[in-house]
Design a binder for this molecule. Structure first.
Ligand SMILES: [Zn+2]
Length: 278
């Protein structure tokens, strides 16, 4: 074996162990790569209406969510990449799906099923803050680094395969439904959402409202139907309630739940501007 091949194998082994150590936070992609990946996968999504039907109903729903809630959260100084990422929301018209997801670079999708299920602006703000956090914290490209790390670095070293980003985007789109978030990533995104919401008119505990509602409706242990994909990609809803409650106590914030009508919840506004318009 010549020395070059030996070195390649050595580098591969070292990198392999480096990138496969859990939650290392190492990210080989640039923020511009995040934007490019998100854009390519977004293009796939909007050109696949059979799988991702974009909501064509009352346009005031999206405008309201965008201007009143989404932009308001993005205005938090803690959302640091808002000048780099083209943050945008899209509503997918699947009334049976209780889910939302984020692509790298800030492309965020929310299903009509979830919008119809939630019952306050604080609850929706909690979900949107969580998805913004996945983009800000770059969880997707961190995971992709762990998955592709060695081959990305080797092709950089060898100067091969300049179209690798497009290939990764294609694979990402195909695997979108199976893109599971780790428990650590979910908890980190909840924590960030809680902190963003503290800079808004919304109750920061809104982060947990969806899970409390699921729990009370007996859907947390459900293994079928509308919630299945959500639970497979968002583990541990019950732990997420208690983690948010600990954050509320720690910050000395009054404990409220999804049934509350106190400060920062905005149920009437949610009903009249979103829920009643479907
Ligand atoms: Zn998540």
């Amino acid at each position: 074996m010549d020395i070059i091949n030996y070195l390649k194998i050595l580098i591969t082994v070292i990198l392999f162990s480096l990138f496969n150590s859990c939650d290392s936070g190492i990210n080989l992609f640039t923020k511009q790569d995040d934007v490019q990946l998100g854009k390519e996968v977004n293009d796939e999504i909007i050109s696949n209406p059979a799988e991702y039907p974009i909501f064509k109903g009352d346009p005031s729903i999206k405008t309201y969510i965008d201007q009143r809630i989404f932009s308001h959260i993005l205005a938090s100084p803690k959302v640091e990449s808002k000048n780099i990422y083209p943050y945008q929301i899209e509503i997918i018209d699947q009334p049976d799906v209780l889910n939302a997801f984020a692509l790298p670079g800030g492309y965020i999708y929310i299903y009509t099923g979830l919008l119809k299920y939630l019952n306050s602006e604080a609850a929706l703000a909690g979900v949107l803050g969580h998805e913004i956090a996945h983009a800000e914290l770059r969880h997707a490209t961190q995971r992709l680094t762990a998955y592709y790390g060695v081959s990305i670095l080797l092709s950089l070293i060898l100067g091969e395969n300049p179209s690798q980003l497009a290939e990764i985007a294609a694979n990402l789109f195909v695997g979108l439904a199976f893109l599971a978030n780790s428990r650590a990533d979910e908890n980190q995104a909840d924590e960030a959402s809680f902190n963003y919401l503290r800079d808004t008119r919304y109750y920061p505990g809104g982060v947990k409202f969806f899970f409390e509602q699921l729990r009370d409706d007996g859907l947390v242990s459900s293994n079928s139907g509308s919630i299945e994909i959500f639970l497979s990609t968002h583990p541990d809803p019950i732990d997420r309630i208690s983690n948010t409650n600990s954050r509320l106590s720690g910050a000395g914030i009054t404990m409220q739940d999804y049934k509350s009508t106190g400060e920062g919840i905005f149920k009437d506004e949610y009903h009249s501007n979103i829920k009643s318009k479907f």
